[in-house]
Ligand binder design. Structure first.
Ligand SMILES: NC(=O)c1ccc[n+]([C@@H]2O[C@H](COP(=O)([O-])OP(=O)(O)OC[C@H]3O[C@@H](n4cnc5c(N)ncnc54)[C@H](O)[C@@H]3O)[C@@H](O)[C@H]2O)c1
Length: 442
């Protein structure tokens, strides 16, 4: 079976690479010519661990074009993985889906194809596929749903930084289907692609659309709950959030995942999927109080950390704050809704000076903050310029941090995820783990 993938960005490039790596002939389409050229030169158009390796191993099965008709002609199934930016009201815009489907449907009209399956992978607001996208395909192509073409809704539950691993080893393949035969074809594709045997959840299009945003809204609720616990523990001598969440997670009604108290959630999916859940509920007259509270706790978490930092700054003459880890999670350059970015914005509002370092995200951060902050050339450089250092995420260079890095004594080290070993430091460091009680410094 031949596949096409429309949109070769962070998720689309990885999906196309995984499909071709697993033996499918794949043709990608993107309006960004650089991305098309990159794929045709065997290069990864975006950074993601293992993406380059998979593209290099696709052995001529992966190519790209800007011609939708060529892609449609050379495939039986088309995955649409284009952006669906959030609107002011929290719903997702389907503008880019409509743009690409208009081209594809026009090509379908011109081509003499027996049948085609369109798979919407982009995150959409519930109801979009049936109420907006299918009527558009029928109108432009003049073809009939479930006779000339069928449609599936098949979102991915990947995390940036581990897209390839997540894609090849999912817990769940979620398939909304306009007809049973289309869902079965998609299931067959994933049986070939996945390294594991995931649960196949097949249902109506709208149920799958609701499932996608509900899952992320639920996960963010867990994160906000763990963060609230962490904040409480900080005020209670002897309390340790990790001991508590490990025990909670052992109960199978709860599970241990996404239950580590620390920083707020960020990135291109969690915050906006949760807000989309509230917007969707409101559209049907339901006040999604839990989802709204999750969002509120997430904002408060940044303020909580910022106030803690300010309380330490008052003890120092050197008021430069260093931030290690800027992307919203490790192994990615993406800074969208990153807690580090929100923290820096808050600290700048409070007239603090900030110096930052991240192994992957520096270019994106420079584009965002320009000359308003200082940029370190290494982890060591960060420590040399500050007495207050905040560890926001973990990356390999941090493994080398020890006493020799500490230039200004004492240095306050705020460890948001409790990843450092405090026994590495002597009295040169005041170690402050979030989620555990620490005495005030005098
Ligand atoms: N990135 C993630 O972690 C993630 C996870 C789950 C779901 N999603 C969803 O997947 C979708 C894509 O996300 P992404 O992160 O890959 O976005 P992205 O911005 O990284 O990539 C989208 C690509 O689509 C291209 N594009 C835009 N309009 C097009 C058109 N008309 N025809 C062809 N190409 C077009 C863009 O040039 C870009 O390369 C979104 O709906 C997002 O919510 C993303």
């Amino acid at each position: 079976m031949k596949l096409s993938v429309i949109g070769l960005g962070k998720l689309g490039a990885c999906s196309a690479a995984c499909f071709s790596y697993k033996g499918f002939d794949v043709i990608g389409v993107d309006i960004n010519k650089n991305f098309v050229d990159a794929i045709n030169q065997g290069k990864a158009p975006v950074y993601e661990p293992r993406l380059q390796e998979l593209i290099s191993q696709s052995k001529g099965r992966l190519k790209a074009t800007q011609d939708y008709e060529e892609a449609l002609k050379e495939s039986e199934v088309t995955f649409l993985i284009v952006p669906t930016p959030s609107k002011e009201d929290g719903h997702f815009s389907d503008k880019y889906l409509q743009d690409s489907l208009r081209h594809l449907a026009a090509a379908l009209k011109r081509l003499n194809k027996k049948h085609h399956i369109f798979v919407i992978t982009s995150t959409v607001s519930p109801g979009t596929t049936e109420n907006q996208l299918i009527p558009l395909i029928e109108t432009v192509s003049g073809r009939k749903l479930n006779k000339d073409f069928s449609v599936c809704y098949n979102p991915e539950f990947i995390a940036l930084g581990s897209v390839i691993t997540d894609f090849l080893n999912p817990d769940l393949i979620l398939i909304g289907e306009s007809q049973e035969s289309a869902g079965r074809e998609l299931e067959k594709i994933y049986e070939k692609v996945c390294d594991n045997k995931p649960r196949m959840a097949r249902m109506s299009l709208v149920s799958a659309e609701i499932t996608k945003i509900s899952l992320n809204s639920y996960v963010t609720m867990k994160i906000s709950f763990a963060n609230t616990l962490a904040n409480i523990c900080e005020s209670i001598p002897g309390a340790d959030v990790d001991d508590i969440t490990k025990a909670l997670g052992a109960d199978k009604r709860i599970s241990p995942y996404y239950l580590k108290g620390g920083l707020s959630f960020g990135g291109p999916c969690f915050p906006r999927d949760n807000r989309a859940f509230s917007a969707f509920a409101a559209h049907y007259g339901i006040d999604a109080v839990l989802a709204k509270a999750t969002d509120k706790v997430n904002h408060m978490q940044v303020e909580h950390l910022s106030s803690k930092i300010i309380s330490y700054v008052s003890h120092y003459e050197n008021k430069v704050i260093s931030i290690l880890g800027l992307a919203y999670k490790p192994n990615t350059p993406v800074i969208e809704e990153s807690p580090a970015i929100k923290l820096i914005e808050d600290l700048l509002k409070k007239d603090m000076e900030v110096i930052v370092y991240d192994p992957l995200a520096m270019e994106n951060v420079k584009a965002h903050f320009g000359d308003n902050i200082l940029y370190a050339s290494s982890v060591k450089d960060c420590f040399a310029n500050t007495s207050i250092c905040i560890i926001m995420s973990f990356f390999d260079e941090m493994k080398a941090i020890d006493n020799s890095y500490i230039i200004n004594e004492p240095t306050v080290l705020i460890d948001c995820w409790r990843i450092m070993d405090p026994s590495l430091f002597n009295k040169k460091v005041i170690y402050i783990p979030l989620g555990r009680y620490t005495r005030d410094i005098k």
